[in-house]
Design a binder for this molecule. Sequence first.
Ligand SMILES: Cc1cc2nc3c(=O)[nH]c(=O)nc-3n(C[C@H](O)[C@H](O)[C@H](O)COP(=O)(O)OP(=O)(O)OC[C@H]3O[C@@H](n4cnc5c(N)ncnc54)[C@H](O)[C@@H]3O)c2cc1C
Ligand code: FES
Length: 305
Amino acid sequence: MHDMRFAIPRQDINREDFASSIPDFNRKSEIMKTDKGYKCIITNIVRLTEQEKLFRLRIIDTRERNIFRFRPGQFLMLELPGYGDVPISISSSNSNHEFLELCIRKAGHVTSALFSVVEGTHVAIRGPFGSAFPMDEMTGNNVLLIAGGLGIAPLRAPLFWINEHRDRFFNVHMLYGAKDPEQLLFTYQFNEWKMINHITLHTIVEHSTAGWQGKTGIITDLFNDISFDQKMTYAIVCGPPVMFKFVCSYLDKAGIPMNRMFVSLERRMHCGMGKCCRCMVGSTFTCVDGPVFDYWSVMNLKEAI
Ligand SMILES: Cc1cc2nc3c(=O)[nH]c(=O)nc-3n(C[C@H](O)[C@H](O)[C@H](O)COP(=O)(O)OP(=O)(O)OC[C@H]3O[C@@H](n4cnc5c(N)ncnc54)[C@H](O)[C@@H]3O)c2cc1C
Ligand code: FES
């Protein structure tokens, strides 16, 4: 009698199945997932500093709002009709499906125009785009969150993630540096991070002003205040390239493996989905392969920093 255990299941191979198994060299699947525009309304604007504002956006269509998902570290292309679009990191919790927060610095044409809009203005977003911080991989470890200046914007989504899953991590230190005390963002959340979320917060400014009682110096000075077990520590570093170069080389010397340090690379972008080549560093698309890279990959990207 024929033994069914050894029967080879019949494979119904047809051309369509075969075609779908071909490697996606043109990143079509990526585009299918992300080339979707969402109309939004700005529901709230908070002025954080002279140069930065926090915008709260709500996707207008209820169904679209319910299906929109992103991962900490990803970004959007934000369009202000009549002006153009700009890549901006999502700065809110990915578990919040009611609104998105974007922390935006007035830099040039589009961002300056955004600075003069009022609540109720309609904008559009595309995305989410790019790679994300591997939050699950960090589970069971210590985490160093290190931000310089506006680098706190992309760092806020992983910070929310950690706060919402706090029991999965051991010690979490946040090291945050700015040029002067007036440039420190989200100061109104510092107590919440410290007291409720048990994040050990260390701040430093390059130039102190009257009334500043904290530390003065550069961000790497803060390493003197903390100790960590390099075998079980991950780091997320966001800020200007010169800053994460110094920070990551310090962490490297301290023994944290390069593939446990993550940075977010910013390049000029247009399409956000691997089509226009504007964001390329060598043969790497920072919009699709990044913006989040581990430091080992960054070191191997010519002219990345
Ligand atoms: C993945 C990613 C995430 C970003 N997240 C944020 C964010 O959360 N908040 C925020 O305020 N900004 C963020 N930026 C930077 C933001 O996209 C630029 O400031 C913006 O595109 C400038 O557009 P603009 O029309 O206002 O300025 P432009 O008139 O185009 O340029 C003004 C000045 O800004 C510089 N510039 C333009 N684009 C960039 C860029 N991508 N990176 C660095 N300098 C640039 C130009 O060289 C010029 O000096 C991000 C950029 C990327 C690539
Ligand atoms: S922004 Fe167009 S390829 Fe990356």
